[in-house]
Design a protein around this ligand. Structure first.
Ligand SMILES: *Cc1c(COP(=O)(O)O)cnc(C)c1O
Length: 400
């Protein structure tokens, strides 16, 4: 019989009842070090007192009023994001896919309002992940995810990640923008070269295209800067955010330059829940933590420690780990083909460490941004033991 909870996920047999910082406890009392952070989402850790208190207090005051009224928490959060970023204006929604939908609509609307309604095409990249709505499945372009869901939404062209010649070849009169993750998360923790991002910015300027960045996974401090594109010294025209910006409370955002945002007039785009008092109170609390003096420098420092630890782990286990990749606290261990990232994930769980699988046989590590040195050391020890766990099964298989 089908489970009451629709079986769209292969779930690990773990149920968590409580969390504190980077640690989670199961209902039967076992403790895990959470280096997955609910897929790069619990940005300031579990049970952060400032976030939980803010949410509890706001919930008791007023949770939802709709966008028929002013929402001071949203006005404040938008103003703070504008002050801290390239953006002039922010639209709040509830998820990454919804933010990306809004972003692509903004790109299309910009050209339509500028007299080119046929310029609705967006260049996307092989290995991308932009979400699970019909539109974002098409932007993602992964045949596996699209299969069985009828015709793809028109207007998305895919080219190899990092290939500037292919990008140039794909620019036709119908193209209005380029959409990219600064680090492909689901696709295998693959960072774009900073040079490539700079070249995309230049080609967008050359052809009048909009540069649309999907920073749903890379944003909100995960890279060691507030937004990952800052490492490249460029600014997008429009950007999506979600995951970490609510610290675990559902919150998404489309952030845009004025020239883009000004066309999203009343009635052009909307959401019932988006930008509500509760989600925006949570967003403000997360921002309080991440914008506090020294916080991002601390993330950058701890990320470098983890990176060096991973390089040492690879050096000690070259038979298992093929590559270390990523940026900031979004890192991946690419495993040799003899080992699967699923088996590695299971072995890590057996050692008490939560990670997330990603494409290209990569074990993804995306801890809460609040981790300290002790947690990095503990995770590295657990990963070393994970490698040992993976190895004997190989030896046994060879002996058979
Ligand atoms: C997770 C993710 C999305 C989708 O976000 P949802 O909140 O699951 O809709 C989109 N883009 C990127 C880069 C992501 O990592």
């Amino acid at each position: 019989m089908i489970p009451a909870l629709m079986p769209t996920y292969n779930r690990a047999d773990l149920a968590f009842e409580r969390g504190e910082g980077a640690w989670l406890w199961t209902t039967d009392g076992r403790r895990y070090l959470d280096f997955g952070a609910g897929i790069a989402t619990s940005s300031i850790g579990h049970g952060h007192p400032h976030l939980t208190r803010t949410i509890a207090e706001q919930a008791a005051k007023v949770m939802h009023v709709s966008n028929l009224y002013r929402v001071p928490q949203a006005e404040q959060l938008a103003a703070r994001h504008v002050a801290a970023s390239f953006a002039d204006s922010v639209f709040f929604c509830n998820s990454g896919a919804e933010a990306n939908e809004g972003m692509v609509k903004a790109v299309r609307k910009y050209h339509a309002e500028n007299g080119s309604p046929d310029r609705f095409g967006v260049i996307c990249f092989e290995g991308a992940f932009h979400g699970r709505t019909l539109g974002m499945l098409s932007a993602t372009g992964n045949e596996k995810y699209l299969a069985g869901f009828g015709p793809a939404v028109q207007g998305f062209t895919h080219v190899p990640f990092g290939n500037m010649n292919a990008v140039r070849d794909a620019i036709t009169p119908g193209i209005g923008g380029i959409m990219i993750e600064p680090v492909q998360g689901e696709g295998g923790v693959r960072p774009a070269d900073l040079r490539f991002l700079q070249e995309l910015r230049a080609v967008c300027d050359e052809y009048g295209l909009l540069l649309a960045l999907d920073e749903v996974q890379t944003g909100m401090g995960r890279s060691g800067k507030l937004w990952a594109h800052q490492w490249a010294g460029i600014e997008p025209d429009v950007m999506s955010a979600a995951k970490g910006i609510g610290g675990g409370f559902p919150l998404g955002a489309v952030m845009a330059k004025e020239k883009v945002a000004k066309h999203l007039k009343p009635g052009t785009h909307g959401t019932t829940y988006g930008g509500g008092p509760l989600a925006c109170a949570a967003g403000n609390a997360v921002l309080d933590v991440i914008l506090a003096d020294g916080f991002l420098a601390q993330v950058d420092g701890i990320a470098r420690k983890l990176w060096h630890g991973f390089l040492a782990l690879q050096a000690a286990n070259p038979d298992i780990i093929e590559d270390v990749r990523g940026a900031g606290l979004l890192l991946g261990l690419k495993l040799r083909p003899e080992f699967s990232n699923g088996d590695a994930q299971t072995a890590a769980v057996a050692e008490g460490l939560l990670t997330v699988a990603a494409g290209m046989n990569v074990l993804r590590v995306a801890p809460p941004l609040i981790i300290g040195e002790a947690e990095v050391d503990t995770a590295l020890e657990m990963l070393e033991r994970m490698c040992r766990r993976l190895r004997p099964s190989q030896a046994q298989a060879a002996a058979k």
